[in-house]
Design a protein around this ligand. Structure first.
Ligand SMILES: Nc1ncnc2c1ncn2[C@@H]1O[C@H](COP(=O)(O)OP(=O)(O)OP(=O)(O)O)[C@@H](O)[C@H]1O
Ligand SMILES: [Mg+2]
Length: 305
């Protein structure tokens, strides 16, 4: 469980996303069904080729790195694991070169298979993916492949069918909050419930984003509250959005336009963010209609916002 995840001394200067990257499969806080299945594959030494897909910051890279750490000792890690990510070249030459030579050579010192991790595999060219089909099949006895991507549709069907697929969905607030609480406790952060709620709302299931927001807000403002979180991320405050909606509904066009423009300039808000937030607010709200002195005017009553 997360609370047992001790932070090594040398991790002190790292950004929190790396400092608190799960080191063991048990440290991961979500997708328990996937983790149990993978644990079983490993303990029975029947690991298939894997394909992890899903939105960013949901633990795909962390999961395979934790698996690799469980499979291999530190000193054999470099000889048994080849990790390629978007920073490496992703053309056909890489498949014909480093991947092929790594997969085709056997190690004398260790029995079992090697592991090739192709992170951000959706950035691989079609040619490279086609070339990989044969390599995967030919060296299955010696090597297992793990492909990781955000968009499954960018992986050619032939590769998809050679791998066991696992979808890493966005994390739920119930999963994120205990992990954030743990980091808060470790880093002695001053945070209130509103701040925590704002972080969870803004990160929409992306654990990496939530840790980044927590770190930047606590460094920039000291105290993590709803307002500091929204200000730090450059997001419009909820009160500003409520005001904007109120002006749109209750003021005449020219006044509402002027006031919104003024607020936008004063707080440096992006029009895109305003529209997104107003849209969300309208969806979440319940409206009451009032008729005052013969003149129709609306009052928005907001629920769950
Ligand atoms: N399930 C999880 N449990 C605990 N921490 C997590 C989890 N998922 C993500 N994190 C945190 O977020 C960081 C990023 O996670 P990771 O690199 O595994 O995401 P990813 O799914 O590979 O994202 P991307 O698709 O952008 O590569 C980790 O270092 C860790 O701190
Ligand atoms: Mg990743």
């Amino acid at each position: 469980m997360a609370s047992t995840n001790k932070v090594p001394l040398q991790a002190r200067n790292l950004p929190w996303v790396e400092k608190y990257r799960p080191q063991k499969l048990d440290d991961l806080i979500s997708h328990k069904d996937i983790l149990t299945t993978i644990q079983k594959f490993i303990s029975e030494e029947k690991l298939p080729h894997l394909l992890f897909y899903g939105p960013p910051g949901t633990g795909k890279t962390s999961t395979i790195l934790a698996c690799a750490k469980q499979l291999y000792k530190d000193k054999e890690f470099n000889s048994m694991v080849l990790e390629l990510n978007a920073s490496d070249d992703r053309g056909i030459d890489v498949v014909r070169g480093p991947v092929l030579s790594f997969a085709s050579t056997r190690t004398i010192f260790k029995r079992g298979f090697k592991l090739v991790i192709l992170d951000e595999a959706d950035a691989m060219t079609q040619d490279a993916q086609n070339a990989l089909r044969r390599v995967i099949e030919k060296f299955t006895e010696n090597t297992r492949f793990c492909l990781i991507c955000n968009y499954l549709s960018k992986i050619i069907p032939a590769l998809q069918s050679r791998c066991t697929r696992f979808r890493f969905g966005p994390l739920s607030p119930d999963q994120m909050i205990p992990r954030l609480d743990y980091v808060v406790q470790q880093e002695s952060i001053d945070i209130n419930p509103g701040g925590m709620k704002a972080i969870v709302t803004l990160s929409s299931g992306d654990m990496r984003r939530s840790l980044n927001i927590l770190q930047s807000t606590s460094m920039a403002y000291g105290k993590v509250t709803e307002d500091t979180v929204y200000t730090c991320t450059g997001h419009p405050l909820r009160s500003d959005i409520a005001n904007i909606l109120d002006w749109c509904l209750n003021k005449d066009f020219t006044t509402a336009y002027k006031q919104i423009l003024q607020l936008k300039t004063l707080k440096g808000l992006a029009l895109n963010d305003i529209l997104t937030e107003v849209h969300l607010l309208v969806h979440r709200g319940t409206f009451c209609f009032f008729f005052l002195r013969g003149k129709r005017s609306y009052l928005a009553v907001i629920c769950n916002y």
